[in-house]
Design a protein around this ligand. Structure first.
Ligand code: SAH
Ligand code: SF4
Length: 383
């Protein structure tokens, strides 16, 4: 998204081509734009001042200082889970709104869970973000800046206290590959758009952000390592299919009948289950891609053998994998997570009777409310 007439241009909003185009309009050589791009995505710049970019001519730095902003999101709070693998960042936006971003370390990979909105309009009953309501969409730059934040924290050894103000990083001595992939520095390789918000409600900004995140001269995130989870926004799924966007699609199902689904996911009234499944079929037929169907397992609600058979029948003939997510606690919903024996039985039925692969999501960061559906803005406690 480009800024309006006099507002400063948020640099993380721009693709590389847009940044070079801006430099062209300003009458500057492309090499200066390329340097700035490297500063943003290879040095993972945390601050922006004329001094941080001494290699740029003074007139370029002056114009940037006057007409552009970096769009770094300062950390308001950072919490580590006792599981030792999960860190949650409360990040401050320019208008003082707050969002949460989660860094998860799994064996051999690091994943950032990014937010796409401040709050969410979809109102799923068991979700803390839904319970806080909708404030606004995030811009592409605010989505990109979350990934940069996590990548920078990894570079700095996982982040740490006192990183509210990032000093300008020294110019990298290593090559680009060495800088980002050395064994000592785990590189951010996976993105899940599963934080606060409904990504397909904010389609344009999300796709623009993905284009920036994928740039091979920047963070270079592979399309196969980006997963977008939707509550089931039918027009958005059909648009993804039309545009053949290379990403993994996850659809939050939770129930296999319209009535049960509408009780958990109010937007099912707007986009009923039969329309959702038709859109999923179109998506898989058009793109040749399998869809991940997410199923939050709630004790006594949607975790019985009959429920497993109903989802098996619903997904019959579709390229699908089921991701089972034992319910995470939120203050606004009284349900309890499924017992592990019931989850195993659910999986067993899907596999044996329907040849449907499934996984049970590892529970991570529950103690710091960083699990699926637990993200809501909690202000730091004042001393
Ligand atoms: N809005 C998108 C993506 C964010 S939610 C969506 O709904 O798909 C990410 C996932 O967390 C979704 O599958 C959602 O259904 C699930 N979820 C929400 N609240 C949860 C909770 N309390 N416990 C477990 N999973 C939850
Ligand atoms: Fe929004 Fe997803 Fe939460 Fe539903 S589960 S309220 S769509 S963030």
């Amino acid at each position: 998204m480009l800024a309006t007439a006099n507002a400063p241009v948020p640099l993380y909003d721009l693709t590389r081509a847009e940044l070079l185009g801006l430099f062209g309009r300003w009458g500057f050589a492309p090499v200066h734009g390329e340097r700035l791009w490297n500063y943003l995505y290879l040095q993972l710049a945390g601050a922006f001042s004329a001094d941080a970019l001494p290699e740029l001519p003074a007139k370029v730095r002056t114009r940037l200082a006057a007409e552009a902003t970096l769009g770094v999101l300062p950390t308001a709070l950072e919490t580590d889970s006792s599981d030792g693998f999960t860190r949650k960042y409360l990040l401050a936006l320019a208008d003082r709104a707050r969002i949460e971003t989660v860094l998860m370390r799994f064996t051999g990979r690091v994943t950032a869970c990014l937010s796409t909105q401040v709050g969410c309009a979809m109102g799923c009953v068991f979700c803390a973000t839904g319970q806080m309501g909708y404030t606004r969409h995030l811009t592409a730059g605010e989505i990109v800046a979350q990934a940069v934040h996590v990548a920078r924290a990894l570079r700095q050894g996982g982040g740490g206290r006192g990183d509210e103000i990032y000093p300008p990083l020294a110019a990298p001595k290593a090559t680009r590959a060495g800088l980002l992939t050395s064994a000592a520095t785990p590189r951010l390789r996976n993105i899940v758009l599963m934080g606060m918000g409904e990504p397909l409600h904010n389609y344009d900004a999300v796709m623009h952000a993905i284009d920036i995140l994928r740039d091979p001269n920047g963070l270079a995130l592979g399309a196969e390592r980006i997963t977008l989870s939707t509550v089931g926004v039918v027009p958005g799924i059909l648009r993804l299919a039309r545009e053949k966007r290379p990403l993994h699609l996850a659809v939050s199902l939770h129930a296999a009948t319209q009535e049960e689904r509408a009780a958990l996911v109010p937007v099912a009234k707007k986009w009923p289950l039969d329309e959702l499944m038709a859109a999923c079929r179109t998506y898989s037929e058009t793109t040749g891609r399998r869809i991940f169907y997410e199923w939050t397992l709630i004790d006594g609600k949607n975790d019985s053998p009959d429920h497993a058979r109903a989802v098996g029948r619903l997904l019959r003939g579709l390229p699908a994998q089921v991701n089972l997510i034992p319910l995470n606690p939120t203050t606004g919903y009284e349900g309890a997570p499924t017992h592990s024996a019931a989850a195993r039985q659910f999986q067993h039925i899907l596999a044996q009777e329907f040849s449907l692969p499934s996984t049970v999501r590892q529970r991570r960061g529950i103690d710091i409310a960083a699990g699926c559906g637990q993200l809501a803005v909690v202000e730091p406690r004042r001393a």
